[in-house]
Design a binder for this molecule. Structure first.
Ligand code: 5GP
Ligand code: ZN
Length: 146
């Protein structure tokens, strides 16, 4: 008998996906929120302190790949994390990069929540620094509850 052809699993990416690994707890991240279908964790190269990513656990490349039944849980988690980010600053950006020309480098849908602390523009600054582990613990404590 020949080899059984592998069938793609619904929602699984064709190549390894770091956010799928984080969602499945196979890769580490500073997780601030998790439920059955969504998750939020700190960005590893934050634009500002508290830069958080909100994802659906199911792998989809883009917002338009979500099923309508996934809209409500996604938006609920996004709102929950917005309220928590407001503990850090009332001002923040919410962003989604769709496609490489728009700056998407991880092809698993994610919403960026980027707190803004003053008039400076973090997007114009060069050289994002890797998340400092001890700072991350403090930020996570502020964002992980409630
Ligand atoms: P994109 O440019 O695709 O919208 O953003 C991807 C984001 O994911 C970037 O801000 C990048 O710093 C973050 N990122 C990439 N790899 C990892 C990772 O392994 N862990 C975490 N926590 N964030 C990551
Ligand atoms: Zn994925």
């Amino acid at each position: 008998m020949g080899a059984i052809p592998l069938r793609p699993v619904m929602g699984a990416p064709s190549t390894p996906c770091i956010f799928c690994d984080i969602a499945a707890h196979r890769a580490e991240a500073h997780i601030v929120y998790e439920d059955e279908t969504t998750m939020a964790f700190l960005d590893i190269f934050p634009f500002t302190d508290g830069h958080t990513l909100v994802i659906p656990k199911r792998h989809v490349d883009r917002l338009t790949d979500l099923q309508e039944s996934e809209y409500q849980p996604m938006l609920r988690t996004l709102s929950t994390i917005c309220r928590r980010v407001e503990r850090l600053s009332s001002d923040y950006n919410i962003g989604v990069n769709q496609g490489p020309f728009a700056g998407q480098i991880v092809f698993h849908l994610h919403f960026h929540l980027i707190p803004r602390y003053g008039p400076g523009n973090p997007f114009l600054e060069r050289g994002r620094v890797r998340l400092d582990e001890s700072a991350a613990v403090g930020i996570r404590q502020k964002l992980a509850s409630g």
